[in-house]
Design a binder for this molecule. Structure first.
Ligand code: SF4
Length: 283
């Protein structure tokens, strides 16, 4: 059967693998290869917009390294030398590997063997000529970066020219509790962000939306801009990615969430730019 990959077809198990999945990324304009360590759908947060079905609180299970290696080598070989693009009817102009992104169905840094897994993926992708032309990305909530085993992983990521996309949805403790269901303080998040930026190129990712008919209050907005000023002054972080809900949340709050308007995002982007950041907006 022929199946078409689309930009909405994220986190698909379309190729039937455990750790590796293709995403035809609107953001990247080509093929993004996702790596999912959280095969048990476990995260230490429960963001109310999270699209992971049957999300549970917890950590990634122990990884099967031989299987990860076999899947990644096999999949890359199919893309580079096989008929992957034809089989999934990928447009000619999108037949390029834009990135390998460690993301998946939970917090990837909760994997105990995180550092070794980052190194393995980097080694395979370099050996096959994917890096350094394609990006190596870690998408994380950043909450575990104070742990030395995670820091070792970020060093490995940096060694392959990688970058960290650090989730920062609210700069108030109450907002983080509400949106991310995280009890980690803003202060702890900023400390982890600073650690991340010392070890690896780090960008901020912020999801903007309304919950129960309420967007950011004036206080939330000001706290966010104040935090960015602190970040600008104390860290080398210079890029902010603003986005809104692209797919339906799999959490009980789903029907109380609403996308932010283009106007809201663009207005916030201008305010963030005026603080000296490069800002991208994804609507
Ligand atoms: S951090 Fe990511 S995986 Fe975890 S609950 Fe939030 S959106 Fe879902």
């Amino acid at each position: 059967m022929t199946t078409t990959l689309s930009t909405t077809n994220h986190r698909s198990d379309i190729v039937g693998l455990t750790y590796v999945y293709p995403v035809l990324s609107r953001r990247a304009g080509g093929l993004s290869i996702g790596i999912n360590f959280n095969t048990n759908n476990a995260c230490n947060w429960r963001c109310i917009y999270c699209q992971v079905p049957n999300l549970t609180i917890g950590s990634a299970p122990p990884i099967d390294f031989p299987l990860l290696e076999q899947e990644l080598r096999g999949f890359l070989d199919e893309v580079l030398n096989g008929d992957f693009y034809q089989r999934f009817q990928v447009d000619m102009d999108k037949r390029v590997i834009k990135d390998i992104a460690i993301a998946g169905n939970g917090e990837p840094t909760s994997l105990q063997e995180f550092a070794a897994a980052v190194a393995l993926i980097g080694r395979i992708a370099t050996e096959l000529g994917i890096f350094p032309a394609s990006k190596y990305i870690l998408i994380t909530n950043g909450s575990l970066i104070h742990q030395s085993r995670v820091q070792e992983g970020l060093r490995n990521l940096s060694g392959y020219g990688g970058e960290v996309w650090f989730k920062f949805d609210s700069a108030t403790d109450a907002g983080r509790k509400l949106i991310n269901r995280s009890s980690q303080s803003v202060q702890a998040a900023l400390t982890n962000l600073s650690l991340s930026a010392q070890l690896c190129t780090t960008k901020l990712q912020t999801c903007v939306f309304s919950y129960q008919g309420q967007g950011w209050t004036a206080g939330e907005r000001q706290a966010y801009l104040d935090a960015l000023e602190t970040i600008r002054a104390g860290t080398p972080v210079r890029q902010v990615m603003l986005y809104t809900l692209a797919r339906t949340s799999a959490q009980p709050e789903a029907d109380q969430l609403e996308k932010a308007s283009a106007e809201t995002l663009n207005e916030l982007a201008d305010a963030v730019r005026s603080l000296g950041f490069d800002v991208s907006v994804s609507i």
